[in-house]
Write a protein that binds this ligand. Structure first.
Ligand code: ADP
Length: 163
């Protein structure tokens, strides 16, 4: 049984994340999407809402689980879920520099292996920060977040729509 941990902030989940999750689910027996967060730092969305959007996004995929890991090292999260590998998505050079450094450190710290998956050209320009910026001004998130969660994401990320 091969398990991968796909960690991130997912604030909010994007079509870029969705693509990586789907491809990972075809490769691994079990994929855990882990929302790593600092309870003392407020994101744009609460962790519960980030998880809800991830659950909606992955509905119908049988080998995926959504989990939250407050305030801990990635290697500790990987240990807790028995992950064989940590999975990260790569958009380009900017991601690669940081990811390589983190991957080497995590291997040195705890022998944790990291696999990096190249994003498809269609999602290179997509990021959670772009989604937050557009939604903040009431713009459409079509093509940026998965269509199944678009309405919720637009509402929750727009200050006027916050409840
Ligand atoms: P973090 O705050 O840890 O970077 P994110 O939620 O922004 O978390 O991203 C989680 C993972 O998804 C990271 O590996 C990131 O590089 C990757 N990722 C983000 N956007 C994309 C995208 N458009 N295509 C592929 N991978 C992506």
């Amino acid at each position: 049984m091969r398990t991968a941990l796909y960690p991130g902030s997912f604030d909010p989940v994007t079509v870029g994340h969705e693509e990586i999750i789907r491809r990972a689910c075809a490769l691994f027996d079990r994929v855990i999407v882990g929302v790593l967060y600092n309870p003392n730092k407020q994101g744009a969305l609460t962790v519960e809402r980030r998880m809800e959007l991830l659950r909606d996004t992955t509905e119908g995929i049988s080998n995926v689980e959504i989990a939250a890991f407050p305030d801990m090292l990635l290697v500790e999260a990987a240990r807790r879920c028995g992950a064989d590998a940590v999975l990260r998505g790569l958009r380009g050079q900017a991601d690669a520099e940081m990811e390589l450094q983190m991957a080497r450190m995590n291997r040195r710290l705890a022998g944790v292996e990291t696999l990096m998956m190249a994003s498809s050209p269609e999602t290179v320009a997509v990021s959670s920060s772009v989604a937050r910026e557009i939604a903040r001004f009431g713009g459409s998130l079509r093509g940026i977040v998965p269509e199944t969660v678009r309405e919720k994401a637009e509402k929750w990320l727009n200050p006027a729509g916050k409840d």
